[in-house]
Every structure is written in structure tokens, then in C-alpha cells.
Ligand binder design. Structure first.
Ligand SMILES: NC(=O)c1ccc[n+]([C@@H]2O[C@H](COP(=O)([O-])OP(=O)(O)OC[C@H]3O[C@@H](n4cnc5c(N)ncnc54)[C@H](O)[C@@H]3O)[C@@H](O)[C@H]2O)c1
Length: 297
């Protein structure tokens, strides 16, 4: 019998793209999502439209911070799940300044709970979706996985780094294998409406002004298909606990990115430069040597 993969945050941008891809590759998937209202739950329902018609997909509407629900789901599927891919989180840097406690509750404590239950229910392999934001301000340098100290500059980034540390600590006492993936600004179909590509495209179509949060801002933009390739390789790569950057390995200035979208849409953007936003590093750039070597990324 093919073992199943459990994906938390399955209805979101990255989760739903991953579910569709894995179903196409004949995996059996159990999805968990609470359809929170960080952005419209109807968008998330739509993201899962294909998957819900697939016999190899089962959805649980559940909250990862509710221990009873999580252990119940794992009990119900005892012995059938091989890997957990933990994507559920409050994503988005800026709102984390308004509700830091909520970010820690979901992102850090929620991860603790999922990982602890994974160990208790003898799950073999665990993949955690971390973020490039754990590096903080890298000032144009390439971020390498083992750089220290990490200096996150937002509650979101801190909540993701604390989750990594929690996993490392619990992992010491267990046999589960773990891959921690630090994603770098992911774009592509179903991108969250608060993220740059989706937002700029919307503003361009509505003929509205675009605020650029500071000149000389650049990002390592990574297409969703590449992130999925990395995660799929990570399902098979099993070696104690490893941390990998999943990025593109190149940076693009945000101004250039807006101009490129404008060119594609044949709309000339009106860009106004305003102050840098709290929590936004000036650049992100992944060193992807390790992922290329070990995951053939
Ligand atoms: N998109 C990016 O560029 C990016 C970059 C770095 C890291 N990440 C990480 O990747 C993961 C997925 O991000 P995304 O962009 O797809 O975000 P998303 O908001 O589209 O997806 C997250 C999903 O998790 C669900 N969720 C939130 N809280 C939950 C809870 N308590 N219980 C159950 N489900 C819950 C949401 O309903 C949503 O469907 C997150 O962990 C995020 O931190 C994303």
C-alpha cells in the first residue's frame, strides 16, 4: 500500500499547488487547513477545487493549534502516513507587527504541536516550510544555511525561526528525519493576494499608483514550480535534520519587477517611492549550492 503524505496549510498558495502536483504523481494526500480569514476563504476553497474531486485526496477542516483535532486525525490514520509537510502558518510580514502573539501561537506553538504529534504517532519524515526572513538584513550578500547569528527583523520572521529551533530541540530525542526548507519569495498561480506580484498586477489593471517601499530593494523571486521540485526531492532526501534554502539564487530589483509586469500587461506603471516598511530587509538572496548538491534542485 502506498503510504500517505499529510500536508498542513493545503488550501493556501503553496499548499494547493503542491497538492495538485503530488496527486498527479499518484501520491495519496491528507490535507489539513482551517481556511482562516487572513485572506478570503473562498479563494482557498477555489484553490482546492481540483483536489476535492480526486479520490486520493482527503480534507480535514481543522486548526493546527487544536491538539485534540490533530491527534485525532493522526490516530484515525495511524500507520498510514509516512511524511508530514507542514506549511500551515500565518504568512505575511507586515501584519505580524499588529498581532505578534497570534503569529507565535500559530507559527511557533502550532509547529511544536504538529511536530510533537508527528513523533508520538511514529511519522517517519517531516518537512517544515521556513522562510528566508529568518536571515534578516543581509545587505546584498548571499544567505548561506549555516550562517550565525540569524537576526530576524519582524515578529513573523522570529516566529518562523523559533519554530525551526523547536523542531531541532525535539528532534534530538527522536528518530524522525527532517528537512527544513527556507523559501525565498515565491510567485506563480494562486499567489496570496497580499504578495507583490498579485498586488502589483491588481493595481496596474485598476490603473492605480504603486507604492515602492524604498529604492534599491531587491528580492530573490522563486517560481512555485521550482519550490515544488525542491519539496518533492525533500520527500525522498532523509538524513537526520537538514536545512536548505529553496530560492532562485538571483535577485531582481522590485522596481524592475513592476516594470516587467507593466510590460507584460502593456500598462505603464505609476510608481511612487515611499519609506521602507518595518520588517522588510533591503534584499534577499539565496545561496542554493547545498540544495543543488544534495537535492539536485
Ligand atoms: N509564499 C512565500 O513566498 C513564502 C516564503 C517563505 C515562507 N513561506 C511559508 O510557506 C508556507 C505557506 O505559505 P503560503 O504563501 O502558501 O501562505 P498561505 O496563507 O496561502 O497558506 C497558508 C495556509 O495555512 C492555513 N492556516 C493558517 N493557520 C492555520 C491553522 N491554525 N490551522 C490550519 N491551517 C492554517 C491557511 O488557511 C492557508 O490556507 C507558510 O508556512 C509560509 O510561512 C511562504
Amino acid at each position: 500500500m502506498t503510504k500517505k503524505i499529510l500536508i498542513t496549510g493545503c488550501a493556501g498558495f503553496i499548499g494547493s499547488n503542491l497538492v495538485d502536483d503530488l496527486l498527479q504523481s499518484n501520491y495519496k494526500i491528507i490535507g489539513i487547513d482551517n481556511f482562516d480569514n487572513f485572506y478570503s476563504p473562498s479563494i482557498k476553497e477555489n484553490n482546492l477545487k481540483n483536489a476535492l474531486n480526486h479520490s486520493n485526496f482527503k480534507l480535514y477542516k481543522a486548526d493546527i493549534t487544536d491538539e485534540n483535532s490533530i491527534s485525532q486525525i493522526l490516530k484515525e490514520n495511524e500507520g498510514k502516513i509516512d511524511t508530514i509537510i507542514h506549511l500551515a502558518a500565518l504568512a505575511g510580514v507586515r501584519p505580524s507587527f499588529d498581532k505578534p502573539r497570534e503569529y507565535f501561537r500559530v507559527n511557533t506553538e502550532g509547529t511544536f504541536l504538529i511536530f510533537k504529534n508527528a513523533i508520538q504517532h511514529n511519522i517517519k519524515h517531516f518537512i517544515y516550510a521556513s522562510s528566508s526572513s529568518v536571515y534578516g538584513e543581509i545587505e546584498g550578500q548571499k544567505a548561506i544555511e549555516d550562517v550565525t547569528p540569524l537576526k530576524p527583523i519582524s515578529p513573523y520572521a522570529e516566529s518562523k525561526l523559533k519554530a525551526e529551533e523547536t523542531i531541532k530541540e525535539l528532534h534530538k530525542e527522536s528518530n524522525i528525519t527532517v528537512n527544513i526548507f527556507r523559501f525565498f519569495t515565491v510567485y506563480g498561480p494562486r499567489q496570496r493576494p497580499d504578495m507583490a506580484f498579485a498586488k502589483f498586477k491588481r493595481l496596474l489593471i485598476e490603473d492605480k499608483m504603486i507604492e515602492l517601499y524604498g529604492e534599491n530593494i531587491s528580492r530573490d523571486f522563486t517560481h512555485i514550480s521550482r519550490i515544488i521540485k525542491g519539496i518533492k526531492a525533500g520527500i525522498h532526501y532523509r538524513n537526520h535534520l537538514e536545512i536548505f534554502n529553496l530560492g532562485n539564487g538571483e535577485k531582481v530589483s522590485v522596481r524592475e519587477m513592476i516594470e516587467n509586469i507593466g510590460n507584460e500587461l502593456n500598462i505603464r506603471p505609476t510608481i511612487v517611492t515611499v519609506n521602507r516598511q518595518m520588517g522588510d530587509p533591503s534584499s534577499t538572496l539565496a545561496d542554493i549550492t547545498k540544495a543543488i548538491e544534495k537535492l539536485k534542485y
